[in-house]
Write a protein that binds this ligand. Structure first.
Ligand code: PLP
Length: 380
């Protein structure tokens, strides 16, 4: 079965009780047992819920994984994966990581005795040099947020497999439609399903997918023990969104490439970061590792930071908002918005400067988006 067919059919069998073609929203916390301990495999909805199970089967299939655990947010999924570690363990993290991930690692998990080294993971050597005897996990994002740098998943997995490290890939930006980290050697894939997988900016969710039974058992154990599950309605919304992931991603990419090329040719634009541009320093790796370049890009304008920030509020179709991956276009100012929890010196060191703007290019008509940008740039 191929990608689009899986998205629509895996886990989506007609409801055994009624024949309902669409998986129902099983809005129940508990299940009536026939006799003590005699039930249909469902006892309590933190542990197991049929709507969530359907979502987990569907998303596992999209990543070509055997097992998935769905969560109430991307951060809950990240946290569950990190629960596999113990005090004293060391983690290597790609430095251009999602701001909330950095906050979880630096302000929560460090207090629990984990240590983190942030490295430019687009250099596999930098990852190899950061290895310590107690390193247990490598956490990478690719393409990275907001600079759209690429990390060579296969190369990192090779470095890690020699030491039997867990390689976790946050695949939120690329989506399984354009990138399949498990096939490249990653141990576990994490998504904020809030973004492209849900796709309509109407639900917050997360998922962790793996082929490793032992790792899955640990994640599942924490899903139930810590309890960061999605409710049945949220599981349903993510599942419905995921059915059209392929269609949406093709259009996101077409629009993003057009926007990236337009911006790159504009005299008021200093620099555009989009892996689909031949000018992108990791374009060759992107072509090798991904089957498409996605819908995210960032750029800097040849104007002051204040005017760049003001520009972000003048667009008609790009709403000024955090988040990404919905059908509607968004613009954000990472330094003040998504990455505001990272100290300024650290942001500057990573290249997340105050003049950087990030676009999540939606699936509106391409010409409307280009005209919108053209008008706003002309007014600068
Ligand atoms: C949004 C996001 C997260 C966090 O997900 P939530 O659903 O907001 O908890 C993690 N990683 C990336 C790359 C994201 O964009």
């Amino acid at each position: 079965m191929r990608f689009s067919t899986k998205a629509i059919h895996v886990g989506q069998e007609a409801d055994p009780a009624t024949g309902a073609t669409i998986v129902p929203i099983y809005q129940t916390s508990t299940y009536t047992q026939e006799a003590v301990g005699k039930h249909k495999g469902y006892d309590y909805s933190r542990t197991v819920n049929p709507t969530r199970v359907a979502l987990e089967k569907q998303l596992a299939a999209l990543e070509n994984g055997a097992y998935a655990s769905a969560f109430g947010s991307g951060m809950a999924a990240t946290s569950a994966v990190m629960n596999a570690l113990s005090a004293g363990d060391h983690v290597i993290v790609s430095d251009d990581v999602y701001g909330g991930t950095y906050r979880l690692f630096s302000r929560v998990l460090e207090r629990y005795g984990l240590t983190f080294s942030y490295v430019d993971a687009s250099s596999t050597d930098a990852v190899a040099h950061a290895l310590r005897p107690n390193t247990r996990l490598v956490w990478i994002e690719t393409p990275t947020n907001p600079l759209l740098k690429l990390v060579d998943i296969r190369a990192i997995a090779e470095v890690a497999s020699a030491k039997q490290l867990v390689v976790a890939v946050d695949n939120t930006f690329a989506t399984p439609y354009f990138q399949q980290p498990l096939a490249l050697g990653a141990s576990v894939v994490v998504h904020s399903t809030t973004k492209y997988i849900g796709g309509h900016s109407d639900v917050v969710g997360g998922v962790a997918i793996t082929n490793d039974k032992a790792l899955h058992d640990t994640i599942k154990f924490h899903q139930n023990s810590v309890g960061g599950i999605p409710g049945p309605l949220d599981a349903y919304l993510v599942m419905r969104g995921a059915k059209t992931l392929a269609l949406r991603m093709r259009e996101h990419e077409r629009n993003a490439l057009a926007v990236a090329q337009f911006l790159e040719s504009h005299p008021k634009v200093e620099r555009v970061n989009y892996p689909g541009l031949t000018s992108h320093p990791h374009h060759e790796l992107a072509k090798r590792q991904m089957s498409g370049f996605g819908g995210m890009l960032s750029f800097t304008l040849r104007v002051s930071e204040e005017r760049a920030m003001a520009f972000a509020g003048t667009l008609r179709y790009f709403s000024l908002a955090e988040s990404l991956g919905g059908v509607e276009s968004l613009i954000c100012h990472p330094a003040r918005m998504t990455h505001g929890s990272i100290p300024k010196e650290e942001r500057d060191r990573r290249g997340v400067t105050d003049g950087l703007l990030r676009l999540s290019v939606g699936v509106e008509d391409r010409d409307d988006l280009l005209e919108d940008l053209e008008t706003a740039l002309a007014a600068l």
